[in-house]
Design a protein around this ligand. Structure first.
Ligand code: NAI
Ligand code: MG
Length: 366
């Protein structure tokens, strides 16, 4: 039977960009004999409107059983006054938590046609293709104790950075596996100079490397120096593996080396399922963009490239993923731009649907 895809388009521009992904999915079924069993369901505000909760148990169950989940975006001003437990974001957090998606892959890739869009010089970013692997389910965002308490006359805010050996080991393995499919190079970033968790991080990454991945080139860098090097000469890196907090900052910074939020895909991977595929959720980095929702202005490329990541990491279709990325590159090289990709000098934007159609055409020509 065909591999299964659960599509959770969500709110705002989520359904608009997902429509274009569906054209691509359809193309693979028709033209490459690579068909998926696609099921649509609700998440976020859309699920709240229908069921009074941002993610039903039934949808959670489907997500656990799908070969991959594709998510659009959640949230919007309509839901801002809801109780914390019912906020659209809770739906997404529940998916990540219950699927135990500990490895967050954020590529920073610069298509040549958009190199002048970066705030950095063209030669620093043109052709850039690096991957940040961020630990997503532990660290200082989750560690206990946490809270705000009183000490004498003062309030004190507390968070705890805590990593177990096995939490470090599993994300390290995921980075080394990734490196083997890429350029066989990993840089691990922490602050072992000032943090115990950083000392353990470096030890465990080194041990896993020596025992299982000695063929991969491993280096270590303090995360602050890493931030500097990312801005100075990002092409020195291939795969970067780091913790939740540093990964949050480094992946946002790295992403912006390359231009628009409308271009950035992501994958969140967990442990392998019975069929050997990792639990996986693919989503664009951007949100629901209420300011442009419903106007046909959204750039669908981030969501389309997220599907390309699904082809590569869930379905072992690296060549087809590359075909899709090349099609995106071709369309950009032809000068086609959604509004977010037009610089100060302007130009005529194409719509969300026109961008999707152009990419399908480029696939046809591939
Ligand atoms: P946002 O990413 O939705 O939008 C930021 C800016 O980028 C806006 O000006 C928007 O128009 C633009 N933009 C974003 N994606 C675009 C695309 N594909 N094409 C063209 N322009 C694009 O972030 P914002 O405004 O902070 O949040 C809006 C809502 O989305 C909030 O409810 C927020 O909670 C939610 N959100 C959801 C996320 C998710 O579902 N993973 C992630 C981030 C925010
Ligand atoms: Mg962030």
């Amino acid at each position: 039977s065909n591999p299964s895809l659960l599509i959770l388009a969500g709110d705002g521009i989520g359904p608009e960009v997902m429509n274009e992904v569906k054209k691509i999915i359809g193309w693979y079924g028709d033209k490459r004999d690579l068909a998926f069993d696609v099921e649509d369901d609700l998440v976020g505000g859309a699920a709240f409107d229908a069921h009074g909760t941002p993610l039903t148990d039934a949808t959670m169950e489907k997500a656990q059983n799908a070969d991959a989940v594709l998510l659009g975006a959640v949230g919007g001003p309509k839901y801002d006054t809801l109780d914390f437990s019912q906020k659209p974001e809770r739906g997404l957090l529940r998916l990540r938590k219950e699927m135990d998606l500990f490895s967050n892959l954020r590529p920073a890739q610069c298509f040549d046609a958009l190199a002048d869009f970066s705030s950095l010089k063209r030669d620093v970013v043109a052709g850039l293709d690096i991957m940040i692997v961020r630990e997503l389910t532990s660290g200082v965002y989750f560690g206990e104790p946490r809270g705000i308490h009183k000490e004498g006359n003062e309030r004190v805010g507390v968070n705890t950075q805590r990593y177990t050996e096995s939490e470090i080991a599993r994300v390290a393995r995921s980075a080394f596996e990734l490196a083997r499919r890429r350029n066989n190079k990993v840089c691990s970033m922490e602050k072992a100079n000032v943090m115990e968790s950083g000392v353990l991080w470096r030890q465990v990454v080194t041990e896993i490397h020596e025992a299982e991945y000695a063929d991969v080139e491993l280096s270590h860098m303090y995360a602050d120096a890493g931030a500097m090097q990312l801005c100075r000469w990002p092409k020195q890196f291939d795969v970067i593996v780091t913790d939740n907090l540093f990964g949050d900052l480094l992946s946002d910074a790295a992403a912006m080396l390359t231009g628009s939020l409308g271009m950035l895909p992501s994958a969140s991977l967990g442990a392998p399922m019975a069929n050997g595929r990792p639990k996986a959720l693919y989503e664009p980095v951007h949100g629901s963009a209420p300011d442009i929702a419903g106007q046909g202005k959204a750039n669908p490329i981030a969501c389309i490239l997220s599907f390309a990541m699904a082809l590569r990491y869930s379905f072992d279709q690296a060549a087809e993923a590359e075909r899709l990325e090349k099609a995106v590159e071709k369309v950009l090289a032809d000068g086609k731009r959604t509004a977010d990709l037009l610089g100060p000098e302007g130009g005529t934007p194409i719509s969300t649907a026109e961008m999707g159609d152009a990419i399908v055409e480029a696939l046809d020509a591939s």
